[in-house]
Design a protein around this ligand. Structure first.
Ligand code: NOJ
Length: 566
């Protein structure tokens, strides 16, 4: 007991001194006093069902494929999988156009397959998060088919219908984020309907209480099927100005040739928060988590999504690293400080199915494996929940189509070559070095990049220096070390342009993380001995990064993660 108090004192002194002598600008985040909810300790993993594992060898992944890979995910250190939409859908937007919220697309399997997946995942302690497309349905959903059938149909007001401004003139100037006017004329009733995304994705009218009830019921239905939460798609666009005011134009044109708008009348309207609260109440009944696709641009917007009383989304995301596309310690420090200051639980994401793979975004073309390890050593050791993207752990690279005729994602077809679409980040998971990377014996729906020969699960599992082995090491530390699970976050050496370093500390335990974001060797003095620490036990290091006394030596893009002791 006495020994523990002395250790604690040393760590407190270390923190105090490090903060003092480094003129810390970013606020430290205190250790967590409340016991964590399950999702705070969880490592999340997004998988794109079309591309993860193909059990019936038709070139498209499926639910049984996912079930067959649960042991791999468990072994890797994943606690929750977020499955991108797997519901019945015409697949115009690869599942983000849902035609039935309470079933599984036959291409992916059956509800019975889902139940098997859920129970097998549960046996392994893996939670399932589904992707709930809240903003719109497919134009083939029975609600929309009824809605468009007549002005007096039961579901007419479930979507947003308006007369044109004049002949062949849409109701206002809003454009779809996927190109062209956001209004489509429907000759059956001579009115336009609103679609922020493709015309095949009509926006639901959340001002109609019947819509709200139906959607809340969908969440409860899935909670009964063993789901532990939802990733809510396109939350920002749930509501529109009822008077349909024109958005101001800011000048210039986007990749689709549309004038660029300041979307003040069809994005981030305050009404969204009432809906978030209701979805949260339903989630709380099942101890579930809500992750939001929330493109917040500043701390105030982020705070709003957590809710004034922490009663909205537990995990709003995408504010952070996806917007820092370079290895900049200063930019990362700033982002971490912002999310810590928001008071909510931080969420860290490097990439997803809409963003070029992190391997290429951060990679310099020569040291991509080292940089992939650097980024893993970084975001998996922060205080917050990380959401990995399938394949990131093996250093999967982006594989953009080279020719327009090969593009599958419609936005890549419409805006080629300015916009190549999102196929590049959605290619099949690379399981081994055999044909089609072991994903399928049939031709996969998207081609695997040539690098599957070197970057695949089977080969990397055998190689202690692979990106995959490093991920496993870091995730193991994250799950077993109390300082990484519950610890505070204190930035160190805040003026260093090359090395990002910080301390995670909890009671009498501490972990030091030092990350060299430059292409040259770096030596940093972190002054541990002055504070009673004579040794630092490496938990995970990349390359020849090492510690000698107070000095940490980091090879180019090297990582040092070590446990401090006396
Ligand atoms: C965001 C999703 O992540 C993206 O893939 C999709 O195209 C749009 N929302 C529309 O649902």
């Amino acid at each position: 007991m006495r020994l523990k108090s002395i250790r604690f004192l040393f760590i407190a002194m270390l923190l105090f001194s490090l903060l003092g002598c480094n003129k810390a600008q970013a606020p430290a985040a205190a250790a967590d006093s409340q016991p964590h909810q399950w999702w705070q300790d969880a490592v999340f993993y997004e998988l794109y069902p079309r591309s993860f594992a193909d059990s019936n060898n038709n070139g498209i992944g499926d639910l049984n494929g996912i079930t067959s890979k649960l042991d791999y995910l468990k072994e890797l250190g994943v606690d929750a999988i977020w499955i991108s939409p797997c519901f019945p859908s015409p697949q115009v937007d690869f599942g983000y156009d849902v035609s039935d919220y309470e079933n599984i697309d036959p291409m992916y399997g059956t509800l019975a397959d889902f139940d098997t997946l859920a129970s097998e995942a549960k046996k392994r302690g893996i939670h399932i998060i589904l992707d709930f497309v809240v903003n719109h349905t497919s134009d083939q959903h029975k609600w929309f088919l009824d809605s468009k059938s007549s002005k007096t149909s039961e579901h007419r007001d479930w979507y947003i219908w308006r007369d044109g401004k004049g002949p062949a003139e849409p109701p206002n100037n809003w454009t779809s984020t996927f190109g062209g006017s956001a209004w489509k004329f429907d000759p059956t009733t001579n009115q336009y309907y609103y679609h922020y995304f493709y015309a095949a994705q009509p926006d639901l009218n959340w001002r109609n209480p019947a819509v709200e009830n139906a959607m809340l019921d969908v969440t409860r239905w899935w909670y009964k099927h063993g789901v532990s939460g939802f990733r809510l798609d396109a939350v920002d666009t749930l509501f529109e100005d009822p008077n349909l005011k024109d958005n101001p134009l800011v000048g210039g044109k986007n990749a689709f040739g549309d004038p660029i708008e300041n979307e003040i009348y069809n994005k981030k309207l305050p009404e969204i928060h009432d809906v978030m609260k209701k979805l949260r109440s339903a989630a709380d009944e099942s101890n579930a988590v809500l992750i939001g696709e929330t493109w917040t641009k500043n701390i105030d917007e982020l705070k709003e999504y957590y809710g004034k009383h922490n009663d909205e989304l537990q995990m709003p995301m995408d504010f952070l690293f996806t917007t820092v596309d370079k290895l900049s310690p200063a930019a990362f420090r700033e982002q971490i400080a912002s999310v810590n200051a928001s008071g909510g639980w931080p969420v860290y994401v490097l990439g997803n199915h809409d963003k070029a793979r992190s391997y290429n975004r951060y990679g310099d073309g020569k040291n991509n494996d080292a940089i992939a390890k650097l980024m893993a050593g970084f975001y998996l050791t922060l205080r917050g929940s990380p959401i990995m993207y399938y394949g990131e752990e093996i250093g999967m690279e982006n594989n953009d189509p080279k020719r327009k005729e090969d593009v599958k994602d419609p936005i890549g077809i419409t805006a080629w070559p300015k916009e190549k679409g999102r196929d590049g980040e959605r290619t099949p998971m690379q399981w081994d070095g055999s044909a089609n990377a072991g994903f399928s014996t049939a031709k996969p729906w998207l081609p695997v990049p040539p690098s599957y020969k070197t970057h695949n699960v089977a080969d990397e599992l055998k190689d202690p220096n692979s990106v995959l082995s490093f991920y496993k090491e870091v995730l193991k530390a994250r799950h077993t070390n109390q300082a990484l699970i519950n610890g505070s976050y204190t930035p160190l050496n805040e003026n260093d342009q090359n090395v990002l370093s910080y301390l995670r500390a909890y009671k009498d335990q501490a972990v030091l993380v030092a990350l060299n974001m430059s292409g040259t060797e770096q030596k940093v003095n972190l002054g541990m001995s002055q504070h009673g620490f004579s040794s630092t036990k490496p938990l995970a290091t990349s390359g020849k990064s090492s510690v000698n006394g107070d000095e940490v030596t980091l090879e180019p893009f090297g990582v040092f993660i070590g446990e401090l002791s006396k």
